[in-house]
Design a protein around this ligand. Structure first.
Ligand SMILES: [Zn+2]
Ligand SMILES: [Zn+2]
Length: 335
């Protein structure tokens, strides 16, 4: 099979290689990849910055990519039958440790992430754990199904914030996860959704409106009264902004991974009894609900602004890093 691999540590070092077909082991299915999404973590791997160097333990050559949709070709007994369209989790977990048992499989001691620690999905075929896979309804097009992974991240953030019907929700950072969080907040029954970005986010803020945001702005206000704030921007300043626009007693969830940290006024946090909650990806069990949520948000299709082939990863990373793209997806069939 053809696959996009990173051949070793260091910036770049990308190649399309012909590799032996992956052989699914027990508990795995072979999936023909239709689309695989590129996210900022993949850009970190391409650029080989600190987030990639310090965050993962790749063995080279490594097939990159962790967001996927495709069709099952060969399956384990327990898995979805051949022909099933699927999407799924990027986490290979042990399924047995205390974190896996307690619904926090993102904290699994033996966690390995596709395309970062172990072979990923920028390939014609991938062998994936069947417990990672969920079936995609016929009514969800491939261009929406490929967003399942960032959607699952957003849905976990909204769920962790315990958004109740009618609550006022703000989203800081209208990238792919922020836009998915807009749809997830709508699904959760938020009474009002506001999305805040920067002057570079005009196109994304228009998408946010179509996904259910009642108001958008290219700058966050100096204060606010939101019950819940979801921070997906990945800048230290965005966390400070999120706390400022959150009401006393409200909840701020941080999804973004800023390269630098911020100084936090914990006295103010205490005085206002705000909860600041870190969230990381998702638990495996949360995937059960992802297909029906995607089905409820056909507008997500707009997020896929670019489709490239396996040989175009460097260009794809550039499109994402320069924010010309909202979401770039790789189509292995495109060559
Ligand atoms: Zn991702
Ligand atoms: Zn585990």
């Amino acid at each position: 099979v053809k696959a996009a691999v990173k051949t070793g540590p260091g910036p770049g070092r990308l190649e399309v290689r012909g590799l032996p077909d992956p052989v699914p082991g027990p508990g795995e299915a072979l999936v023909a990849i239709r689309y695989a999404g590129l996210c900022h973590t993949d850009v970190s791997m391409v650029d080989w910055n600190a987030a990639a160097r310090d965050g993962y333990r790749p063995g080279f050559p490594l097939v990159l990519g962790h967001e996927y949709t495709g069709t099952v070709v060969v399956s384990d007994q327990a898995g979805p039958p051949p022909g099933t369209r699927v999407a799924g989790s990027a986490h290979v977990t042990c399924g047995q440790c205390r974190f896996c048992s307690a619904g926090s499989s993102m904290l699994c001691a033996r966690l390995a992430v596709l395309g970062l620690d172990v072979a990923g999905v920028f390939a014609e075929l991938a062998a994936l754990p069947v417990r990672n896979l969920v079936a995609v309804p016929d009514t969800v097009p491939d261009e929406v199904a490929v967003l399942a992974e960032p959607y699952a991240v957003a849905a976990h953030a909204v769920r962790t914030a315990a958004v109740r019907p009618g609550e006022r929700v703000a989203i800081v950072g209208p990238g792919a996860v922020g836009l998915c969080a807009t749809a997830a907040a709508r699904f959760a029954g938020a009474g009002e959704i506001a999305v805040f970005g920067t002057g570079a986010d005009a196109a994304q803020l228009r998408m946010a409106t179509r996904l259910g945001a009642g108001s958008t702005s290219d700058r966050a206000p100096s204060d606010g009264d939101f019950d819940v704030v979801v921070e997906t921007a990945g800048h230290p300043a965005a966390v400070a902004t999120s706390l400022r626009i959150c009401r006393p007693g409200g909840r701020v969830v941080t999804v973004g991974l800023p390269a630098e940290s911020l100084t936090l006024d914990t006295a103010e946090l205490a005085r206002r009894e705000q909860r600041l909650i870190g969230v990381r990806a998702y638990d495996l069990a949360e995937w059960a609900d992802v297909p029906c949520q995607l089905d409820a948000a056909p507008e997500l299709r707009e997020l896929v602004t670019h489709t490239v082939g396996l040989g175009d990863l460097a260009r794809a990373a550039e499109l994402l890093a320069t924010r010309q793209a909202t979401k770039v997806v790789v189509s292995p069939a495109a060559g």
